[in-house]
Design a protein around this ligand. Structure first.
Ligand code: ATP
Ligand code: MG
Length: 405
């Protein structure tokens, strides 16, 4: 059911198949050896088949007269948000509780029929994303549906039905209620689904992007008149291109681009206030991460490599002595270099530096030793201070470019 049936009918290769059944989670658990029950808010069974995990959901009811007759209801917050949805029912009730009509189609393996209780087939044919029921109410029940509407519209190239579309512009604030970890998961789906650029543009159009990345949104609003083509948009287009070629994408790289503008802006301010470039980067990076995690989670396994990619922008400017040779073996070198290439498109000093590195990487060991600038003679006995020994004339490129976007 769900995405799998929808994608097949659209002639796309489904990412996975979700299974829906009238069996209760505990019954599924007893039936399969490799089964785990997950989720409190929405209880599900994960059944492992070889390398794959199949998600199995029990049909949900509406909670007014639930089948168990045990008085359990769908638990709601005062604002209508569903806190727990573990009231079971029949397949038709289940269909009505799904988000969009095109996501509520079932493929019945008993008779190979597609079951459609909510007009999903007609909407699929018309290319429409339509929430089942009253859109405003359904968004209040679960505000993540705002993001899901945009995600499916961008990824599947469908239009959002006017009644489903209208509230998008004004309900973004509901996302504040969503646990930051769930928002983070949704962000990964939004930008790693192969249509990141289109998704980004729709999110901005519906004023939802600022609910996820408030600092970036502020920068974009200030800059928009002058530079409509931002580094971020090129990064997103690059992400889509890589995914289309089947290449891997590092979320840290994506976040480095998503939060680059706020970083540059804060660094510039700190440097004007007298901090050196190295300290400015450290302070600004910490501040940007802190602002972001107030909104969405950003696990350290992503934020640390992201900060390394930013730091690499400074380290790449040091092209004297043995340092460039050593830098080549740094685990974050490639990501840092790729990020430099991204900056190079609109930033002249970064472009020159990128060219230097591209040439340097193509050389053999001997050529590389000749290519680097000689180490300036240091006074004997005095310990060398790392960040002061920077090549003269390159220090401009070390600071993120004021010209960028
Ligand atoms: P994808 O291709 O991204 O997996 P999907 O439609 O399968 O798309 P899932 O998140 O895997 O999306 O969810 C499976 C199904 O569960 C959906 O098709 C939908 O019917 C239902 N569903 C998921 N999230 C919600 C939600 N927030 N509210 C209502 N129904 C939902
Ligand atoms: Mg799915």
């Amino acid at each position: 059911m769900g995405g799998g049936v929808r994608d097949l009918l659209l002639g796309r290769e489904p990412k996975d198949f979700d299974i829906a059944t009238d069996a209760r989670p505990e019954q599924i658990y007893k039936l399969f050896r490799n089964c785990r029950l997950i989720g409190r808010r929405f209880r599900l069974a994960h059944v492992q088949f070889g390398a794959e995990i199949i998600e199995v959901a029990t049909f949900r009811g509406h909670g007014d007269d639930n089948e168990d007759g045990d008085g359990s209801t769908v638990e709601r917050a005062a604002d209508g948000r569903i806190l727990s949805d573990n009231v079971y029912g029949g397949i038709e009730d289940d269909a009505w509780r799904r988000d969009f009509t095109i996501n509520a189609l079932y493929y019945d393996i008993a008779n190979f029929a597609v079951l459609d209780y909510v007009g999903g087939l007609a909407d699929l044919k018309a290319g429409l994303i339509r929430l089942i029921g009253d859109p405003v109410e359904r968004y209040h029940e679960d505000p993540v549906r705002l993001l899901r509407a945009v995600r499916f519209a961008a990824k599947l190239g469908l239009r959002i039905d006017p009644a489903t579309e209208a509230p998008l512009h004004r309900l973004g604030h509901l996302l504040e209620k969503i646990p930051s970890a769930r928002l983070f998961d949704e962000i990964l789906k939004l930008f790693l689904g192969g249509s990141a650029l289109q998704t980004f543009e729709l999110l901005r159009h519906y004023r939802l992007f600022g609910c996820l990345f408030p600092a970036t949104e502020r920068c974009l609003n200030r800059q928009q008149q002058h530079y409509p083509k931002t580094l971020l948009m090129r990064a997103l287009a690059g992400t889509d291109a890589r995914l289309a070629e089947g290449k891997p994408v590092a979320p840290a790289f994506l976040f480095a681009a998503l939060l680059w503008e706020p970083l540059v802006e804060q660094m510039r301010q700190l440097q004007m206030d007298g901090q050196n470039e190295y300290e400015a980067l450290q302070i600004a990076a910490d501040a940007v991460v802190e602002t972001q995690i107030r909104c969405t989670a950003l696990p350290r396994r992503y934020s640390l490599p992201m900060q390394e990619i930013w730091e690499m922008q400074q380290r790449l400017t040091v092209i004297i002595g043995k340092r460039p040779l050593r830098l080549l073996t740094h685990p974050r070198f490639r990501a840092g270099y790729d990020f430099l290439l991204l900056r190079a498109e609109t930033d002249e000093p970064a472009a020159q530096l990128a060219e230097w590195w591209t040439r340097f990487m193509a050389m053999d060991e001997k050529g590389r030793l000749q290519a680097v600038l000689p180490t300036p003679k240091a006074k004997k006995g005095k310990p060398r201070r790392r960040r002061k020994s920077r090549a003269a004339g390159q220090s401009d490129a070390a600071s993120p470019p004021p010209s960028e976007t």
